[in-house]
Design a protein around this ligand. Sequence first.
Ligand code: SF4
Length: 421
Amino acid sequence: MCGIGGVWGPGAVEAAAEMAKWLMHRGEEGVGYAYLSKDGVKVGAPAGEVEAAVVHTRYSTSGPYGVQIQPVLAKYRDLEAAVAFNGTVVNYKVLDPGAAADAEALAKKFVELVWEHGLAEGLRALYEAIEGAASIIALTQEALIAVRDIRGIRPLAYAGRAAASESIALEGASSEIPPGYAVVIKGGGAELVKYGEGVERLCALEYVYFAHPASRLGGRRVAEVRRALGAALAKREEVRVDAAAYVPETAETAAEAYAEALGKPLAEAIMKNRYAGRIFIKPPDKREPKAAFKVDAEAVAGKSIAVVDDSLIRGTNLGSLVKALRAAGARGVHLRIASPPIRWPCYYGMDFQTPEELAARGKTEGELAREIGADSLKYLPLEDFRAILGPNICYACFTGEYPLQDLGGAASPSRPGPRRG
Ligand code: SF4
């Protein structure tokens, strides 16, 4: 996961810097820029008169944490491009054995194949060569090129002369770029180019957790989908609770809908330090939850509380949260997860690429509840989840069925992921 954006034309630097603020929820380890000036394509802070700019907000899924900021500059013959992408290229060592991370291998392959075969044929060859997921924004001497992942796993949208991972980062009415298409933006405007037969398999976790609630994905407002998940969770509720609370901030919308459906108050019981960032997307040594959350005793004392979270991946912070709720006087703590158990790794751009790190792996709801110290734990059943999200979605980490198999490509689930070298 990362955020990517690009703008062509006057004011590109200011617009790209503004975009970065609206893409930080997708990655906050670092922000990288590239720009086009009369001296060609450069990476780094824009300087001088700039014709176009690209921004990347980083979240590590390959290579060491905290480094490898994109865009990556690559050159083949006379084609030079700054390439930023969102996703993970699993087989990057096959593409380029000398590459330090997937972004470098992808950038080199991009310029080589586009120079050799032209844009549409080159992109088709690129996506045939890569395993994984990749939505790309590349800046060349002539154009800004926004390429939607051929499997549609990672989102990408455009509006006017700008493109970005999510509509929230774009000004005005935006359109999602269909899988298998690229948008070429330059002086004359934006042109949609088909490069291959795409398949729509948007990542389910984009709806559940990652995307901004005000973004539109698959034609739907993310917040509406989260509300539907919370309401479905409430329909399955069997325990009598006094109030609902949520693990800030992404679970708020689902929790609101859950509380509304049950006719219970939504307690502002768990406070997040807004300067602590998103725990899940942090490097492992910075996921300590104590600094990020506090519990308001007044809101929970003597009550049985349903704590709604959007998903449970590593469960890093839930044990200490439950303890803090009990210490604050909660009579009961019931965890409610607005998505099904995640039992398989992700090879498409989320940073959980080994089964061992997944809390739900090999455990029942009861076992997990005991481990976390909660009175009960319930997930949203897969059938409810699928009914809300629909058919053209990647559910691989919930089901073990990977979209690469749909395309006749090599399936990756049994193979170790590429992370960190
Ligand atoms: S495996 Fe899970 S996290 Fe990865 S793309 Fe598919 S739904 Fe998203």
